[in-house]
Design a protein around this ligand. Sequence first.
Ligand code: GTP
Ligand code: MG
Length: 256
Amino acid sequence: MGGEMQKSKGRVQRSEARGQRADIGDGADTIGQRAEAEQRRIVINQGVLSKNDQLAQGNRALFRSKHLLTLNIVSSPGSGKTAFIERTLTDVKGRLRGGVVVGDLATDNDAQRIARSGAPAIQITTGDTCHLDAEMVAEATAKLDLDALDVLIIENVGNLVCPSSYDLGEDLRIVLLSVTEGEDKPLKYPTMFKTADVVIVNKMDIAGAAGFDRETALSNIHRMVPRAAVFEVSARTGQGMAAWYSFLEQRAAGRM
Ligand SMILES: Nc1nc2c(ncn2[C@@H]2O[C@H](COP(=O)(O)OP(=O)(O)OP(=O)(O)O)[C@@H](O)[C@H]2O)c(=O)[nH]1
Ligand SMILES: [Mg+2]
């Protein structure tokens, strides 16, 4: 494996769809014109999503043909996605071979951090785009030796809104919630939480200091997504991570 880190740059073109939406809405004065503009917006959005869905299916078929387990990790900025990935890859080394694609608006800080754990890491810089899409992931993963991996981890751009609508071809969508964000976040960002396969409650080492209401948080998560597996962990201390590793290794074994 050996700590390589590469960059896939300049994906600002992904904002095309937003540009189109802004254009068609301008100058619509009457109710009829606004309704027509709204209808056209919906058609364009469906077009963008169905193109993404097709590309995501292509990714999924490729990843499965390589017997990879693919994770799409999403959360608010700073919940600990990179810390969670770093710790996971370090601790499962020797049992699972992991590779990472990480998206941020700017900087390759996260890919550098992950590369230090010894895993290959590709940074995507999205410019002004607040999510990864299937095309970006396809381009980035073309730079990885997928035959040398068991698990492909995609760290999405940090926010709980945009990434929820974009299938990347993953097997599992993993949503992180850290104890400092507020117990109501699952209720406020329902689309993200409802599409989760796994919810990781992170930073449990500071739950007491943060006044974290564990019962309320877990109840809100279960209300939004009763089928999700939930792990309460600290990516900093390692607390609770063993149960996550068992789950991960079991799922990865199902792909081999
Ligand atoms: N106390 C504590 N701090 C943590 C834990 N996990 C992450 N952190 C800290 O939280 C901050 C943000 O962590 P990151 O891993 O950069 O978070 P991220 O979700 O990847 O952030 P973005 O990529 O910017 O969205 C850092 O200062 C981490 O050291 C944890 O379990 N406990
Ligand atoms: Mg990060």
